[in-house]
Write a protein that binds this ligand. Structure first.
Ligand code: NAD
Length: 376
């Protein structure tokens, strides 16, 4: 099968840029795809960050500290941009105006105003295709729940809970970084950092929050500044958002950076009158469901799933699916849609990112006013 190649530039060569390059390097893992990425240019303000790319990605022809230079290269058709949140608006707008397709990182602008400005640039350049990163829905367990949502398998939905929990910030001696500062991470803190991951599936299901009562907390107030002193941590560490969905059922969303024991725990739990389902990356191959008929037993059942992602791969069905696979399936979904195909589960859209911003902005107001805040 001939594959249409899209030539990519990467701006921001940190953790996630390398994940994309690794997924692209093993693209032959996926079968039946008529599209593939090729990384031809990389950019980082820190020249050292590009060394891994120039050493490991032979297709890279340009390595520059100037993103304007990367955008001026006619070879580059699409850009993956993974930079701190304060840079999203300027860089995403410039990428879109340069006519390059964009795979953006969350939260898609440091605040609601920045997000709206990126969407305005998109409206002026409708030929540019833009999506936002969110990989966890590509786990087979999450996809099972997506199918159950499509099939309306839950009966009347009683409650939905979704969350993303980390614990690396439990260590008070971990030095401060850009994610603890309002100027670089945004006032949302953990919500901006983790919230798009939590909201992608609920928003795709049409479970929009009608209102929110937020409980935001700062757990570690100060951290080593890396120069022998201490610096204040300005952003929220943990957030619990209790929402009423437009459908009327409770939608409880958690984003936590300080959740002892949780390394990278993303979960979704849907409870309904005819079926319930739960998937968590804490047990990454297991889906739990509880089908129920009037008068019948109420028993959770567990099924271990193999490699049954959105795309067929060389990995046999009996083997496990992991984080690197979820990243690769997310990228395959982006490329499939970019080339005009209809993906089985599309990447998070800019409108979904806007929905997340409306919620986080209302959550900040809820915290400030100690009250429930209406969204629509
Ligand atoms: N999807 C995910 O699972 C996931 C995971 C982590 C981070 N992220 C997101 O990715 C983005 C980056 O986060 P990170 O953790 O990779 O940060 P990082 O600090 O590891 O990497 C950011 C890189 O951007 C570079 N940079 C800064 N200013 C620049 C400029 N003007 N031009 C070019 N490069 C510049 C920095 O030098 C750094 O190498 C954020 O939006 C974050 O929320 C997503």
């Amino acid at each position: 099968m001939t594959q249409r190649t899209f030539r990519f530039g990467i701006i921001g060569c940190g953790l996630m840029g390398r994940e994309f390059a690794s997924a692209a390097a093993r693209w032959c893992h996926l079968l039946d795809l008529d599209v593939r990425p090729e990384i031809v240019a990389v950019c980082d303000a820190n020249p050292d960050a590009m060394g891994w790319f120039t050493a490991n990605v032979p297709s890279v022809r340009m390595a520059t500290t100037s993103y304007a230079e990367l955008l001026a290269d006619p070879e580059v058709e699409a850009v993956y941009c993974a930079v701190p949140h304060n840079l999203h608006e300027r860089l995403y707008v410039d990428i879109v105006r340069a006519g390059k397709h964009l795979f953006a990182e969350k939260p898609f602008g440091i605040d609601l105003r920045a997000c709206q400005s990126i969407l305005a640039a998109m409206r002026e350049n409708p030929e540019v295709f833009v999506r936002c990163s969110s990989e966890f829905p590509y786990y087979p367990g999450a996809q099972r729940i997506a199918r159950m949502i499509e099939q309306e398998a839950f009966g009347q939905i009683i409650e939905v809970r979704a969350g993303f929990l980390h614990s690396s910030d439990l260590d008070p001696n971990k030095p401060i970084n850009w994610k603890r500062r309002i100027a670089t991470c945004g006032e949302y803190g953990c919500m901006g950092d983790l919230g798009m991951h939590v909201l992608h599936m609920p928003l795709r299901a049409g479970w929009r929050p009608k209102n929110v009562r937020a409980l935001l907390s700062k757990v570690v107030e100060r951290r080593p500044d890396g120069h022998g002193g201490m610096a204040p941590c300005e952003t929220w560490d943990n957030a619990i958002l209790a929402c009423e969905s437009v459908q009327g059922f409770p939608l409880v969303l958690e984003t936590k950076r300080i959740s002892p024991g949780d390394t990278n725990t993303w979960y979704l739990r849907v409870v309904g009158t005819e079926n319930s389902a739960e998937f968590t990356t804490h047990r990454p191959k297991t889906i739990r469901t509880l089908p129920y008929k009037s008068g019948g037993h109420q028993a959770w059942q567990e099924e271990d799933l193999g490699y049954e992602g959105v795309f067929k791969g060389i990995t046999g069905h009996i083997f496990e699916f992991g984080f690197a696979d979820a990243i690769q399936h997310m990228w395959a979904s982006f490329l499939q849609e970019l080339s005009g195909g209809v993906p089985r589960y599309g990447c998070a859209t800019p409108e979904e990112a806007l929905g997340s911003h409306r919620l986080f902005t209302a959550a900040l107001e809820s915290q400030r006013t100690d009250a429930t805040v209406a969204l629509e």
